[in-house]
Design a protein around this ligand. Structure first.
Ligand code: PGA
Length: 259
């Protein structure tokens, strides 16, 4: 796991966008695993900029999002369909049919989840998976105590997660209780993983992710078992880590390689 410490979220998202755009430049039919939430918004802004100003081409790119709220129509503002269209898809030249977000309105949820997995496999697997992390250490909507080999499925949301995401729907009463999420096993099959975490509220989650024991109580900690993970954090999120000097040295090495 490469831990990269940057000054702030904008620096982190600029670097993250460069890492993703390098994948797309190297492989024009790259398969991107995408995330929602507040964290990656500036990263999507950077990708849009690269598309507009440098001609970054998404014609043959496919995307699979991590999750979607259950029973929320894709046209509703809090849905992750809406988020992705607004933040990214409508602003770049990705083909609509190449973008995938779980269907939270599916009548047969099990079928939807199995087909989602099958679609990822048929696309050749995910080349790079972008992740945020919840304050409780969740990735996707895989909450503490979930199976570390889980697949795409319907999951319940913890109260802390519902509170953290209130801005999606405006009040706790309107926040959904369930979501369809890729599983931990699904995420672990991505060839490369890029996780972003910024701000003081992510300190405990980052500590568990990077230096904690591997435990389902911090689902992100399983990423320690993945061979190709970059974790980009800001100084505020790094404060509980014990090996900060080492990560800072490594950051210099990685950033030089990225130039
Ligand atoms: P956030 O959410 O980016 O809004 O902090 C991250 C997550 O819950 O995975």
């Amino acid at each position: 796991m490469d831990v990269i410490i940057v000054n702030d979220n904008l620096e982190g998202c600029t670097l993250g966008a460069k890492i993703i755009s390098d994948v797309v430049k190297t492989k024009s039919n790259a398969v991107l695993g995408l995330a929602t939430g507040k964290t990656p918004i500036p990263l999507y802004g950077e990708l849009v900029k690269k598309h507009n100003e440098e001609g970054l081409d998404f014609t043959n790119v496919k995307s699979f999002n991590l999750d979607e709220y259950y029973n929320v129509p894709p046209t509703k503002e809090g849905s992750y369909h809406y988020f992705m269209n607004y933040q990214l898809f409508s602003k770049i030249n990705i083909k609509k049919e190449n973008t995938h977000v779980p269907n939270g309105m599916a009548q047969d949820v099990e079928k939807e989840c199995n087909e989602y997995e099958e679609n990822i496999r048929n696309a050749g697997g995910i080349d790079i998976q972008l992740l945020g992390i919840g304050r409780d250490g969740h990735i996707g909507f895989n909450e503490p105590s979930c199976s570390l080999t889980s697949r795409t499925r319907l999951e319940a949301l913890m109260e802390d997660t519902r509170e953290a995401n209130i801005s999606d729907f405006g009040s706790i009463e309107l926040m959904p209780h369930y979501a369809i999420t890729m599983g931990i096993g699904t995420i672990m099959e991505a060839k490369e993983i890029l996780l972003l975490a910024f701000g003081e509220s992510k300190q405990d989650a980052v500590k568990g992710l990077v230096e904690g024991p591997i435990t389902s109580m911090c689902p992100a900690s399983i990423l320690q078992m993945h061979p190709n993970v970059k974790v980009i954090i800001d100084i505020a999120a790094s404060k509980k880590l014990s090996k900060i000097d080492f990560y800072k040295e490594k950051t210099k090495l990685i950033i030089n390689n990225e130039k």
